[in-house]
Design a protein around this ligand. Sequence first.
Ligand code: G1P
Length: 294
Amino acid sequence: MTQRVRKAVIPAAGLGTRFLPATKSQPKEMLPVVDKPSIQYVVEEAVRAGLTDILIITGRGKRAIEDHFDRNFELEFYLEQQGKTDLLKEVQESSELGDIHYIRQKDPRGLGHAVSIAREHVGDEPFAVMLGDDIMVDDSALLRSMLDVHDRYGRSVLALKDVKPEEISAYGCVEPENVDESLVQVKSIVEKPKMEDAPSTLAVIGRYVFTPEIFEALDRTQPGAGGEIQLTDAIGLLNQDQTVYGQVFTEGRFDIGQKVDFLRANVELALDREELRPELEKFLLETLRRRGII
Ligand code: G1P
């Protein structure tokens, strides 16, 4: 029987250069989307999908992440004294999300390297990898369906999205073979191909479920694109021994590593909130009219 996935690994050691100067002295994972740091959305997605053991790979300057998921007694005491029970609940909830562990990646040697240092914590079990730049607002549907595919086949599963041809060079890209409407087998995989060399327009998005054999594949992976140990290259090696699957999805993703998508996530998620929607809708309409856009 296939072993059930319990653990999630969230790499969060990146320098966040795309969001400088906001990330000069704080981790990019702590940038708020509406009123929650972006990494909390990812942790909540894991927990909703039943993954309660979470390992966050951090690095220098990432202490704020650990503090965020810890208790803050002084703040809790203050909120209690002030009778601010709703806020108190929010603050306490962020420190009660699953069982969160941390490990530091000392040198930024790439995503593959970041995942490889999770080996001791993960052990000989299947596990999920969730990249913080991708926020999913789908009630964990994608991750759950990937876990189902893993349960069924006992193999690794990648999240795939069809992107515009001119966007594919920003992603890992797979050559697919269809199993059914939304499930493919990976025939080959390549990191950030040029548009004209890409085997398809199916991009790897930041959700993965891996069998533990990915660690052996990572051991064998030489530095690739950008001189970094690429997770994509390790997936290619793994695929030589075990079929890797891809779950294709269409809805619910914000790539908050991109400025426009970061802003879009803020607007969309705020519009989903009843207490914010009326005023925000009014503001958006007025602004678009004033600027002559509508
Ligand atoms: C990483 C991976 C890439 C994947 C992407 C998803 O790239 O290397 O294969 O498609 O995440 O967001 P990065 O965005 O870190 O350059």
